[in-house]
Design a binder for this molecule. Structure first.
Ligand SMILES: CC(C)(COP(=O)(O)OP(=O)(O)OC[C@H]1O[C@@H](n2cnc3c(N)ncnc32)[C@H](O)[C@@H]1OP(=O)(O)O)[C@@H](O)C(=O)NCCC(=O)NCCSC(=O)C(=O)O
Length: 418
C-alpha cells in the first residue's frame, strides 16, 4: 500500500508490532480516536464502542447517513460496535469485552465512565492487568476536572493562543487541533510504556492525560523564556523565539520559509543573498544579537528578497545549503512529488465512500511495518461478530438488537458494496 518504500514492501501481513493486542476503544471525536487508530496501525485489534447514533464525527460535514470523511480519517484499523451504555445490559457487554482486553482508551468527561459502570476501579476488578487510559480536557483531578474540554479551549488556556498569530490582531489558534492530537500522542506513548511494564511485571495501570497539559507540554521555548526571567512570551507571527532569521520572508511574488537558525546557515544565507556585509555587523554577530534585532534584520533581508520571485530564492538558498521551502496549501502538499514518493496518501475501498483517500501511517518500520489492514468500519458493522466472540448466542444477540441495547449494520445491505 505504500509504494516504493523498502520498509513497507513486505508481503508478510502478520508481522505487526502489536498483533494479538486487544484494545477496547471507548473514544469519540479526535484525541482518543487518533490514539487508538495509531495502535491499530501497529496491528492491534481495536474494538470501538459507539453510542446509538454513532461517534459525532459520523455526522460531520460531507456525511452520507452514518458514514463520513471525518470519521474515515481517524478510524481506520478498527472494528466498530454500537452499544447503549445507558442500559445495564450494554454495560455488561462492554465489561465482558474489557475482561478480555489488554488496553482500554476513553475520552469522555471525567465521571462519565464511572456513571456507566466502566471506571478504572470497576474494570481492574475484572481485569487487574489492563492498561486503562483516560484523555480529558483538564485531567481527572484539580478544580477544572469536570469541565468539558475542546481543543480551542485548551489552546486558549495552555498559552498556545497567546503566542500564535501576531500582536494586535484578534486571537488566533494553531490551524490544526494541536492539543487534541498531542494528547492522543502522549497517551499513546504512555500506553506503550505501560504495556512494556506489564509484559515485564504483569502489572496494569491507569493513565490520565489531558488536552490542557498536552498543550502546556508543547511550550518548550516559551516556558524556557518565561522560567529564565526573560519575560512573558509574545506572538511572533512565523518568527522563532530563539533564532533569526527564521520566518516566512517576502519575495517578489509571495512568501517562502527561511531557517537560517544557526551560525553556519546564517553565514551561508548572508553570502547567498549577496549581503556578506551583514556578517560584519556587530548587532548580527550571534544568535542573541540577531534575535534582539530581528525586525530590523528581517527588513534588511526582505529589501533583497522582495526583488526576485520565490523560485529564484528557493533555488539560490538550496544551492547554498540554507534550509528553506515553499508555503503550500493541502492541494499542493498532496501533489508534491516528495510527499507522493514517500507514499503518505493511501487509497482504500469503502462500501459507501467508494475509493477514499487518507493520510496513512507515516512511520516506516523495517521489521513490523505500520499499515492499513482494515478500512474504517461502518456504523455497527462488527456488533454481531464481537458479541459472538464474547460468547453471546445468536438468540441473545437478536434480543439485544430488538430491544435497542445494540445496533448492527450489514455491509452487504450497502448499495456500493462489491
Ligand atoms: C468532548 C466533550 C467536551 C463533549 O462533552 P459532552 O457532549 O458534554 O459529553 P460527555 O463526555 O460529558 O458525555 C457524553 C454522554 O454520552 C454518554 N455516552 C457515551 N457513550 C455512550 C454509549 N455508548 N451509550 C450511551 N451513552 C453514551 C455518556 O454517558 C454521557 O452522558 P451523561 O453522563 O448522561 O452526560 C467531552 O466528552 C470531553 O471533555 N472529552 C474529553 C476531552 C476531549 O477529548 N475533547 C476532544 C473534543 S474534539 C475537539 O476538541 C476538536 O475536534 O477540535
Amino acid at each position: 500500500m505504500n509504494p516504493g518504500h523498502p520498509a513497507t514492501a513486505t508481503k508478510d501481513t502478520h508481522r505487526a508490532a502489536l498483533s494479538g493486542v486487544r484494545v477496547l476503544d471507548i473514544t469519540q471525536v479526535m484525541a482518543g480516536p487518533f490514539c487508538t487508530m495509531l495502535l491499530g496501525d501497529l496491528g492491534a485489534d481495536v474494538i470501538k464502542v459507539e453510542p446509538p447514533g454513532g461517534d459525532p464525527t459520523r455526522k460531520m460535514a460531507g456525511s452520507r447517513g452514518t458514514e463520513s470523511p471525518s470519521y474515515w480519517a481517524i478510524n481506520r484499523n478498527k472494528r466498530a460496535i454500537v452499544v447503549n451504555l445507558k442500559d445495564p445490559r450494554g454495560q455488561q457487554l462492554v465489561r465482558d469485552i474489557a475482561a478480555r482486553a489488554d488496553i482500554l482508551v476513553e475520552n469522555y468527561k471525567p465521571g462519565v465512565m464511572a456513571r456507566l459502570g466502566l471506571s478504572y476501579d470497576e474494570i481492574r476488578k475484572i481485569n487487574p492487568a489492563i492498561v486503562y487510559a483516560s484523555i480529558s480536557g483538564f485531567g481527572q483531578t484539580g478544580p477544572y476536572a469536570t469541565k468539558g474540554g475542546f481543543d480551542l479551549v485548551a489552546q486558549g488556556m495552555s498559552g498556545i493562543m497567546s503566542v500564535t498569530g501576531d500582536a494586535g490582531l484578534p486571537p488566533m489558534k494553531c490551524g490544526i487541533p494541536v492539543t487534541d492530537l498531542a494528547a492522543g500522542l502522549l497517551a499513546l506513548y504512555a500506553i506503550l510504556a505501560a504495556y512494556i511494564h506489564r509484559l515485564r511485571t504483569g502489572e496494569g495501570q491507569y493513565i490520565d492525560t489531558s488536552l490542557l497539559e498536552a498543550g502546556i507540554a508543547l511550550s518548550v521555548w516559551e516556558s524556557a523564556q518565561y522560567f529564565s526571567g526573560r519575560g512573558i512570551p509574545e506572538p511572533m507571527g512565523s518568527a522563532h523565539r530563539m533564532s533569526a532569521p527564521y520566518q516566512a520572508i517576502r519575495c517578489a511574488d509571495g512568501y517562502i520559509t527561511l531557517g537560517a537558525a544557526n551560525q553556519r546557515t546564517w553565514e551561508r544565507f548572508a553570502r547567498a543573498i549577496g549581503r556578506p556585509d551583514l556578517l560584519e555587523r556587530p548587532e548580527y554577530r550571534d544568535d542573541t544579537g540577531r534575535v534582539q534585532n530581528r525586525r530590523r534584520l528581517a527588513e534588511e533581508v526582505e529589501s533583497v528578497t522582495a526583488t526576485r520571485p520565490r523560485d529564484h530564492w528557493l533555488h539560490v538558498l538550496e544551492q547554498a545549503g540554507v534550509p528553506c521551502g515553499p508555503i503550500l496549501n493541502y492541494a499542493e502538499v498532496f501533489s508534491d512529488p516528495h510527499v507522493q514518493a514517500r507514499g503518505v496518501v493511501q487509497e482504500i475501498d469503502h462500501p459507501v465512500g467508494g475509493k477514499i483517500k487518507m493520510v496513512g501511517p507515516v512511520v516506516k518500520m523495517s521489521a513490523t511495518p505500520a499499515r492499513i489492514h482494515r478500512r474504517p468500519p461502518m456504523y455497527g458493522e462488527h456488533t454481531i461478530a464481537v458479541l459472538r466472540e464474547i460468547g453471546r448466542s445468536d438468540e441473545e444477540i437478536q434480543n439485544l438488537l430488538e430491544e435497542g441495547v445494540v445496533e448492527a449494520t450489514s455491509v452487504s445491505d450497502c448499495p456500493n458494496f462489491a
